[in-house]
Ligand binder design. Structure first.
Ligand SMILES: Nc1ncnc2c1ncn2[C@@H]1O[C@H](COP(=O)(O)OP(=O)(O)OP(=O)(O)O)[C@@H](O)[C@H]1O
Ligand SMILES: [Mg+2]
Length: 327
């Protein structure tokens, strides 16, 4: 049994093989890129599952491997040069890593939806919104229904707009409408609210949360902000240096984080100004360099500084993960 599963089980979280009807499951996923003479260790053995109708928040600092994980789920890892991959990425019973390119496309089309940080990179700037949504929704009526469902004001008239004529929040709603058009089992949303201002951020989060009830889909919400994840996620997965530092129910993460790194993320969040537009105080120390990860535990070189920065009452009672201890 993978380490993360063991921890998930012992804390009452859903482990990989325990989840009822999981829509997606990662098994010991390893992904490495070649960069010149170096190997970039993006993911270093990640296992967890996403249950039907579940919202999972994937949290971690820049470079921790969040986007690579999302792309692996979507079957969108770069083809040339292709990274080294090991493990399994099971979506709807098929392994995305072993599937042919045609099968990956089919699985993506029928079972997955994607929402990225900047909708301008995914929307065609030269094509009216209506045509783009109709292409996936298959009819004008359905396109309008979807745009109304995601709260785009004046949806019928908006069909004639070009992407640049919409605000960032509206564009993100259009992307979400396109992501749910095929009734996917799982939506992967990578920093979907990061580029938006604070009030719109809250509205888009509400919308993402409502997709489960409206469309019955699960959601992997990728964000660097534990606060954003905890607002809508049922469970949170904390990535550190390409590994799962902690995985558990959101309520447990917010009250009793087990890993000092999660405790530090939570502390910065709680100390943060109510005004979300101001940046969070960054954590002390540096995350590991993915092209030269430290031997043994990736957290070990930073552990003491993070620990000292934690208020006494916030220090976890114990560290259950063996790799959090210095080798
Ligand atoms: N195509 C690629 N080629 C080489 N290295 C890559 C590639 N894609 C990602 N990486 C590396 O993999 C590691 C993980 O990157 P990833 O983009 O998943 O981080 P992230 O957690 O999404 O960070 P951020 O919060 O900045 O978006 C980083 O070291 C990154 O430089
Ligand atoms: Mg990213």
């Amino acid at each position: 049994m993978a380490l993360t599963d063991a921890v998930g089980h012992s804390r009452g979280g859903l482990g990989a093989d325990q989840a009822p009807a999981s829509v997606a499951r990662l098994e010991d996923l390893v992904i490495q890129f070649r960069r010149g003479p170096r190997t970039v260790h993006a993911l270093r053995g990640v296992s967890f599952s996403i249950a039907r109708g579940e919202i999972v928040g994937l949290v971690g600092e820049s470079g921790s491997g969040k986007t690579v994980l999302g792309l692996a789920l979507l079957g969108l890892l770069p083809a040339k040069p292709a990274p080294f991959v090991r493990g399994q990425v099971i979506v709807g019973g098929s392994d995305m890593l072993a599937a042919s390119a045609a099968d990956r496309r089919r699985i993506r089309r029928t079972q997955l939806g994607a929402v990225f940080q900047d909708p301008m990179t995914s929307l065609n700037p030269t094509m009216r919104i209506g045509r783009q949504v109709e292409e996936v929704a298959r009819s004008r009526r359905e396109a309008i229904r979807l745009l109304e469902a995601v709260g785009l004001p004046d949806a019928g008239a908006r069909l004639r707009s070009f992407p640049h004529e919409l605000s960032g929040g509206m564009r993100q709603r259009v992307m979400i409408a396109m992501a749910v058009a095929t009734s996917p089992a799982l939506i992967v949303a990578d920093e979907p609210t990061t580029a938006l201002d604070v009030t719109v951020q809250a509205q888009v989060l509400d919308l993402l949360k409502s997709l489960r009830d409206e469309f019955g889909c699960s959601l992997l919400l990728i964000t660097h902000d534990l606060g954003v994840a905890s607002e809508i996620a049922d469970r949170v997965v904390v990535l550190y240096g390409g590994r799962v530092a902690e995985i558990g129910a959101t309520s447990q993460m917010l009250t009793r984080p087990q890993h000092p790194y999660t405790a530090a993320l939570l502390q910065t969040r709680l100390e943060a100004p109510a005004d979300r537009s101001r940046p969070l105080r960054t954590l002390t120390g540096e995350p590991p360099d993915a092209s030269a990860p430290p031997p043994g535990c990736p957290f070990a070189p930073r552990r003491c500084r993070i620990w000292r920065g934690l208020d006494r009452g916030r220090r976890p009672a114990s560290e259950p993960m063996p790799w959090t201890r210095p080798p």
